[in-house]
Design a protein around this ligand. Structure first.
Ligand code: F6P
Length: 325
């Protein structure tokens, strides 16, 4: 009888539970044993784990966060840590491991695969920054959360003829900003992938003011603040107010973006990916990342996936700019 382990690692994301549930149920359906490992690779090293049964994942599909808890594990970046991880797997009898997380988590999965424990990565992060996959688990929910929040901010922004500057998550990836910016009709979207100038934003606002618009939303990815002298979103607000005469306020949405019930789309994607991961492990295949490509679930070699370059959707960015005038 095959035994597989499952863990969630790195920043949590809505839909991780749906993926865990799918892995557990698929594996049990196929007659495998499943060990749930708590707090990512740290829990593996600490042997913090529990055997899962059919009912272990009841009432989790609709819940945000991860019932397995998550952690970032610096020890697993070193060979000694990975070696210990492998020893624990051998000792417990874990024949394969599913790792739900982002790039950092996949590096650990690759290292463990090289040492003989087949691992499968499932992209789970709100950032949508896994190059091989069009979508990551958590992104759709995060964008919808931002949209709900910004819709509320828009109400008060409109009442007071203000400009509202909203900072969203994404240190290296502007996808949350881009998608929520379009969904909320932002006049400007600032992302790490595209250079921007405050002059151009001021000029665009002035043009729009002259057509009768009086309130504005600007979405800023966290990766563009505190770099290149941009300062904080409040600094941007101050500058916009000083130069356009439109009163400006800033809001940092923060970790609210990481919580909440996963959207239907997320639950379906996570369920499909979890199922696919177990199918690979069943065949003894490891060192793969599951991805969603052109609406199909596929898999890639982990190293190949880690070396892929992410394409920022410049066309969508251009559309956002053209229709927010
Ligand atoms: O990777 C997900 C993410 O939410 C990023 O968007 C953000 O920069 C980071 O994690 C925040 O990390 P922490 O939860 O450690 O503050």
């Amino acid at each position: 009888q095959k035994t597989i382990g499952i863990l969630t690692s790195g920043g949590d994301a809505p839909g991780m539970n749906a993926a865990v549930r799918s892995v557990v149920r698929t594996a049990l359906y196929k007659g495998m044993r499943v060990i749930g490992i708590r707090r990512g690779y740290s829990g593996l090293l600490a042997r913090d784990m529990v055997e899962m049964n059919l009912r272990s994942v009841c009432d989790t599909l609709h819940r945000g966060g991860t019932v397995l808890y998550s952690a970032r594990c610096p020890e697993f970046r070193d060979d000694a840590g990975v070696e210990r991880g492998k020893e624990v797997c051998v000792e417990i009898g874990i024949d394969g491991l599913v790792v739900i997380g982002g790039d950092g988590s996949f590096r650990g999965a690759r290292d463990l695969s090289i040492k003989g424990i087949p691992c499968i990565g499932i992209p789970g992060t709100i950032d949508n920054d896994i190059a091989c996959s069009d979508y990551t688990i958590g992104f759709d929910t995060a964008v919808n959360t931002v949209m709900d929040m910004v819709d509320k901010l828009r109400d008060t922004s409109q009442s007071h003829d203000r400009c509202t500057i909203v900072e969203v998550m994404g240190r290296r990836c502007g996808d949350i900003a881009l998608h929520s910016g379009i969904a909320c009709g932002a006049v400007a979207i600032l992302v790490p992938e595209v250079p921007f100038s405050i002059d151009a934003i001021v000029e665009k606002m002035q043009r729009t003011l002259s057509t009768g618009k009086k309130h504005f939303i600007i979405i800023v990815a966290e990766g563009v603040v505190n770099v290149n002298g941009i300062g904080s979103v409040q600094d941007i607000a101050n500058e916009i107010q000083a130069r356009t005469g439109v009163e400006a306020r800033s809001t940092i949405l923060g970790h609210v973006q990481r919580g909440g019930a996963p959207t239907a789309r997320e639950r379906v994607l996570a369920s499909e990916m979890g199922h696919y991961a177990v199918e690979l492990l069943e065949q003894g295949i490891g060192n793969r990342v599951i991805a969603s490509k052109d609406n199909k679930i596929v898999d890639y070699d982990i190293l190949e996936a880690l070396n892929m370059k992410r394409e920022f959707n410049k066309r969508l960015y251009q559309i956002a700019d053209e229709i927010s005038i």
